[in-house]
Ligand binder design. Structure first.
Ligand code: 5GP
Ligand code: MN
Length: 315
């Protein structure tokens, strides 16, 4: 899975894990980095190896593996420090992913389908098409529902097809209790995170009406002051799109190692292309991310400068 795994990365990996274990395989889930606390309820998460924390152990597992499933990323550098060990691994590498422009030569086999809502949906298809759909149970269903729910914005993005709803129906028939999943993911934060959101909306948001764009920047001091952890800023960018007429939302967070951008759009403004072109990133048409090594001030300045090229597209 990609670094700082989200609900879809962790959900698809753990869903596949429980399925392969049920088939009798020996399986380890490795995450390139740590993850948000709101994923810690997930079945099997305690066995996930954090590459940054347990580098030697993880490298040993990667070297010894027969097959490596690469989930919810399609370019090796999205796995940060795992890029080299993955590139050198002798295992057969199988890609299951829904992002644009896969690095084809890095994988032996795979499915890359940008029409899919989530990697969790693709793992579900994989399970069904393998002929072992009978192994679906409440545990696998909880994992796969997590990514399906988070990547579709709780079933509202255009990627929410009839197949997505049919999958939910099947998961429900397999024992899924969906309400606790929503509560674990969305109603499980500390008070400081809500106060931080209030602060950020009040003091760190700029609305650029000429471009139908809203921008938010979070400084390192803000992160310290409100004790903001991995995952606490997730979803913040979506607030920007709740302003009537705003078609492009962008947030940049001053993480210690880099300035991390999240981009979201409504309609036909392609944030994947924008992220690739200007901020070393990528993703999907309506949701993408990127990065910058420049200072927060510099990267915000650059954003505003390049935005001027898109005024017509954003009308
Ligand atoms: P988020 O803003 O939630 O971090 O990411 C939005 C989408 O863009 C996700 O599908 C994520 O996998 C993808 N994404 C985020 N950052 C990057 C990046 O730096 N490079 C690429 N290729 N995709 C990214
Ligand atoms: Mn995904």
């Amino acid at each position: 899975m990609h670094q700082k795994p989200d609900g879809d990365a962790m959900g698809s990996a753990l869903g596949l894990y429980h399925f392969l274990v049920a088939l009798g395989s020996e399986v380890t889930v490795i995450s390139p980095t740590n993850w948000a606390d709101f994923l810690n309820w997930m079945p099997g998460v305690k066995k996930v190896v954090d590459f940054e924390n347990q580098r030697e152990k993880a490298k040993g597992i990667i070297d010894a593996a027969e097959r490596i499933f690469c989930l919810d990323f399609n370019v090796l550098h999205r796995t940060k420090h795992m890029e080299q060990p993955l590139a050198q691994a002798k295992a057969v590498k199988l890609l299951i992913d829904h992002h644009e422009q896969p690095q084809r030569e890095a994988f032996n086999y795979g499915i890359s389908d940008t029409g899919k809502s989530s990697t969790c949906e693709m793992v579900y298809d994989f399970i069904i098409k393998s002929g072992h759909g009978g192994l679906l149970n409440e545990t696998i269903a909880e994992c796969l529902y997590t990514g399906l729910m988070t990547d579709t914005g709780s079933f509202r993005f255009p990627s929410t097809t009839a197949s997505v709803h049919r999958m939910v129906a099947h998961l429900k028939d397999s024992g899924l209790k969906h309400t606790p999943v929503h509560e674990h993911i969305y109603d499980n934060f500390l008070e400081n995170r809500l106060r931080f959101i209030g602060f950020a909306l009040l003091h760190r948001m700029e609305v650029l009406y000429d471009y139908n764009t809203a921008l938010m920047y979070i400084t390192r001091e803000d992160l310290v002051k409100y004790d903001i952890k991995t995952g606490d800023t997730e979803g913040l960018v979506n607030y920007l799109l709740t302003i009537s007429g705003i078609r492009f939302g962008a947030i940049v967070v001053d993480r210690s190692e880099e300035r991390k951008w999240s981009f979201r759009s409504k309609g036909y403004f392609d944030v994947n292309a924008f992220a690739r072109r200007h901020f070393e990133g990528g993703g999907h048409m309506n949701a993408a991310g990127g990065r910058s090594s420049e200072s927060l001030q510099e990267t915000v300045k650059k954003f505003k400068e390049v935005l001027t090229e898109y005024q017509i597209q954003l009308q």
